[in-house]
Design a protein around this ligand. Structure first.
Ligand SMILES: Cc1ncc(COP(=O)(O)O)c(C=O)c1O
Length: 463
């Protein structure tokens, strides 16, 4: 692995982590092992912090104006599992945004919950939008057994959900609103970006600091934002889902990230948004085939995400990625058909955008226009029909059958295209024609599809 990492260490990153491979620590560290310690005197303890770790948590709490913030070293994954387990009881019925990460599905299973999935609509480009809050409000108004709502905002593609509207509508109900804001820890850095979910009143929120700010990979934060959440339960589950030997290097990077955010985060974000505007201007001026989807007039979109549309370029997506990587040392976050998702951050520099523009101009010149019909609408917004609750389904007998023969059966595992790690179908759900055609059509658009092996899928036996 060292050989591989050395080879790519100077590439231009339009993917996570948010530090973009640029220096995070002040010290010019030759040997990171010097900081790799354990809980020696003075080092505090993540499981019950009182000293230097608690001081970092307090800085996060003050910045995000939470009741209590926790830092984490097992990504948002550990935080999502902890918040779901702490805020629900086995058997509870919860509403879930279907555009969720697989950790939410795992949380539903571990918590023995009964989910009602609400799917997001797609926009005119075929990109999944924020969850339809009106649908959630309608379900809540017609039932009295809903204990929690779990929303992913921003979603992987940049759309932010209207948590304020939901909170207002359920003011008098004892319902916890949890938000997986793995992709939104940077939103507070500019009033030109949408409000974050803490500002919008969510009860509990999880951030991947490594995705859109400057912490090293795996760093995250969990923010408790209301009296409805039992802090002791949160602590308990954070111990369950995280190592008892947290890395001090990761925790130090969390401190560095909040330090930079507090001192110059807003200026850096202003610069980033300016560079993004310039990039749009340059693309309009110099490109005629590749498009950048322009959502800058939307109030509920995180414009630090960029989506390129290469449908009209006479080149396949995998060829395009190969050329970007080999000839320009540019790596992207992910592809969806002929869309390319790029993630930028306050550590992105003007020269990154310039190099990307140069690459796109060259590629346009060499490959030119494709003459066949655009075919890149990816409808990721399926109707998910939970037939057997995830916990029960997990322990039922399963069999492997061909994907093409699976319509109407009940899934025995999650099928998760990677990235983004959003299951297209999860354990206990009915396998519909839409899901099967989506997987077959987009089989080669994702790096990997976890849960699909030799074109076979696991289904519940006898169902
Ligand atoms: C929406 C969303 N939530 C949660 C996660 C999990 O975050 P982490 O990798 O920090 O565990 C991801 C990871 O990609 C994600 O995209």
């Amino acid at each position: 692995m060292e050989k591989y990492l050395k080879k790519i260490e100077n590439h231009i990153s339009f993917h996570m982590p948010g530090h973009k491979g640029r220096e995070v620590f002040d010290s010019n560290m030759q040997d990171i092992t010097k900081w790799d310690i354990t809980e020696i005197p003075g080092a505090d303890n993540l499981q019950d912090p009182e000293g230097i770790i608690k001081a970092i948590e307090d800085r996060y709490g003050a910045y995000y104006e939470s009741t209590r913030s926790f830092i984490m070293v097992n990504g948002s994954t550990g935080g999502i599992l902890s918040m779901i387990m702490a805020a629900t009881k086995p058997g509870d019925t919860v509403i879930v945004d279907s555009n969720c990460h697989k950790s939410v599905i795992n949380g539903l299973m571990l918590g023995r919950l009964n989910p009602i999935f609400v799917n997001a609509d797609t926009d005119t480009n075929g990109i999944p939008m924020s969850v339809n809050v009106d649908k959630i409000i309608d379900i809540i108004s017609s039932r009295d057994d809903i204990k929690a709502v779990i929303i992913t905002s921003p979603n992987y593609f940049g759309y932010v959900s209207n948590i304020s509207k939901l909170k207002k509508a359920i003011l008098n109900r004892d319902i916890v609103v949890m938000v997986d804001e793995a992709h939104g820890s940077h939103l507070r850095l500019s009033c030109k970006l949408p409000d974050d979910s803490i500002e919008m009143g969510a009860d509990i929120v999880v951030h991947s600091i490594h995705k859109t700010l400057l912490g090293l990979t795996q760093t995250a934060a969990l923010h408790v934002n209301s009296y409805k959440i039992d802090i002791e339960k949160i602590k308990h589950f954070l111990y369950c889902f995280q190592t008892s030997s947290p890395s001090y290097i990761l925790m130090a990077s969390l401190e560095k990230s909040i330090d930079i955010v507090e001192k110059k985060g807003e200026d850096l974000m202003e610069k980033l948004l300016f560079n993004i505007d310039e990039f749009f201007n340059d693309c309009n001026e110099y490109l005629s085939i590749v498009k950048v989807l322009d959502y800058r007039n939307l109030k509920n979109y995180d414009n630090t995400k960029l989506i390129l549309d290469i449908a009209n370029l006479d080149i396949s997506t995998s060829q395009f990625l190969d050329i970007l990587a080999k000839d320009y040392s540019i790596e992207v976050e992910m592809t969806m058909g002929e869309y390319i998702l790029l993630m930028t951050s306050i550590n992105s520099e003007k020269k990154d955008f310039d190099e990307l523009l140069r690459a796109l101009m060259d590629i346009e010149k060499i490959y030119g226009v494709k003459n066949h019909k655009k075919e890149n609408l990816i409808d990721y917004a399926f109707k998910l029909n939970q037939k057997v609750n995830p916990w029960t389904a997990f322990y039922m007998e399963k069999e492997d059958i061909k994907l093409k023969d699976s319509v109407g059966r009940i899934s025995g595992s999650s099928i998760v295209p990677y990235p983004p790690g959003i299951p297209v179908i999860s354990v206990g759900q009915e396998i519909t024609k839409d899901v099967v055609s989506f997987i077959i059509k987009n089989r080669n658009s994702f790096n990997q599809i976890i849960g699909l092996k030799d074109e076979e899928i696991k289904v519940l036996k006898g169902c």
